[in-house]
Design a protein around this ligand. Structure first.
Ligand code: EPU
Length: 415
């Protein structure tokens, strides 16, 4: 897909935010933990969700999709996940933990997903190992089988969203208590804990990032509304802040889950008003530069780093971003340079340095999901028109982005 973006002075009106991609993907896999029907509401209809559904279908799951509600059940899933779609998305790693829980064994290839630099799954595999699963590799397939010698305590060396959810899946139906230390408690992980507990799991967490799982024999079906997509909300908030004449309200959102994003945006002198379940952004001509440290929640999220980078090209001075989660998430830098962006990676420091730039439209290439949204934002800031190639990447994680952008007055067309 190729899109043409024209200079846009501001976005206006109200915009509905979809359900969370990164909570829906593991929630769909949680259906493997029971024979019963699971009903998930507020699932975004995006490419990564359709890919996950295709993988689940290939191992015998049945489902219906109506509006944003997915009803899904897995009467007898196959533990061999042979479809190549596994290599198309990152979240296919959730099939490992979920199938281990249900079948005590899994045969699956490595996950794919956006190229954000090094993205190993060693933390997941170490967690499975500690939970008593034996792992072997056969011709690019991982073969993981339960051998019954479980540790009662496991510790992640670094907070990991996917690793934590996989450890929850793989432990919640094992006998006895499992303590997971240095667990990720991103809102999407907490959403999955709520879902699993509704299904009958016994999972408790504390503020020190320790999760205690008391194994249960069986899980049951339930109904669950997936939380809103913090990253979609943040993306449109940054888009509005990037253009000098915006007045945009997004809903329905829980502003407490966006508090760092809100405080970062406020420190640029953009006005952010928090209402009941909505947030209003009124942009400023005089955007201020920033120093931003990216880290696990509640730090500013890595998923918004590339979009923030684009926005800061309009700030009145030098900004610096340090992404400690995915330092290799830099595919946008060379593309923003093509638009005249004064942005570079300070390699020794591993920091992205961004200076005020007058952008001029050009032809750019989108390399991954968030890079695409960042380039669209930059295109709106640039004089003349910008052509974004490989823009289909945006469809992996944003629901109806072109329609939504047009509805708030952003000048974009698929060509
Ligand atoms: N890490 C390892 N080994 C592992 C797992 C992670 O070294 O086995 C490292 C990563 O390289 C990274 C850090 O640990 O430095 C944290 O990675 P994490 O495991 O939390 O990331 P993830 O689970 O693979 C999810 C989201 C990402 C999001 C990150 C961080 C999904 C499907 N993906 O990835 O979303 O950036 O958490 O919040 O939930 C996106 O939506 O654009 C996206 C990339």
């Amino acid at each position: 897909m190729i899109v043409k973006v024209s200079k846009t002075t501001g976005v206006h009106g109200e915009l509905a935010i979809s359900g969370s991609k990164n909570a829906s993907l593991p929630a769909l896999c949680a259906s493997l933990l029971t024979k019963e029907w699971l009903t998930l509401e507020n699932v975004p209809l995006i490419d990564d969700i359709y890919k996950m559904l295709a993988i689940l279908k290939s191992i015998g799951c049945e489902y219906t999709v109506e509006n944003h509600t997915v009803q899904i059940r897995s009467p007898n899933p196959n533990h061999k996940v042979l479809t190549e779609v596994v290599g198309d998305i990152r979240a296919s790693y959730y099939l490992m933990g979920a199938l281990l829980s249900r079948k005590k064994k899994v045969l699956i290839g490595y996950p794919g997903g956006c190229n954000l630099g090094k993205r190993p799954i060693d933390f997941h595999l170490k967690a499975f190992h500690d939970l008593g699963y034996r792992i072997t590799e056969e011709e690019k397939f991982l073969h993981i089988v339960y051998n019954g010698t479980k540790k009662h305590r496991l510790r992640f060396v670094k907070e990991t969203v996917g690793g934590t959810i996989n450890a929850l899946f793989a432990s919640c139906r094992l006998e006895g208590v499992t303590v997971i230390e240095n667990a990720s408690l991103e809102p999407e992980v907490i959403d999955i804990i709520e879902l699993l507990n509704k299904m009958g799991a016994k999972i408790e967490k504390n503020d020190n990032h320790v999760i205690t799982v008391t194994g249960v024999k069986k899980l049951k079906g339930t109904m669950h509304k997936v939380i809103f997509d913090r990253m979609e909300a943040g993306s449109y908030m940054l888009l509005a802040s990037s253009l000098p004449n915006s007045n945009l309200t997004i809903y329905p959102v829980d502003a407490s889950l966006l508090r760092t994003v809100i405080s970062v945006i406020r420190s640029t002198k953009t006005k952010v008003k928090i209402m009941n379940d909505s947030i209003n952004i009124v942009s400023t001509e005089n955007l201020q530069p920033l120093n931003v440290l990216i880290g696990p929640y509640p730090f500013f999220p890595t998923d918004l780093q590339q979009i923030l980078s684009a926005m800061l090209l309009r700030a009145q001075g030098k900004s610096v971003i340090e992404d400690t989660v995915f330092p290799g998430r830099i595919s946008h830098i060379n593309e923003l340079k093509k638009l005249g962006g004064n942005i570079y990676l300070d390699e020794p420091q591993n920091k992205i340095v961004i200076n005020k730039s007058d952008l001029i439209g050009a032809r750019v290439k989108a390399h991954d999901l968030r890079c695409t949204f960042g380039l669209i934002v930059a295109g709106g800031m640039a004089n003349n028109s910008t052509i974004v190639e490989n823009a289909e990447n945006v469809l992996r994680g944003y629901e109806n982005p072109i329609l939504k952008l047009k509805s708030i007055g952003f000048l974009i067309d698929e060509i």
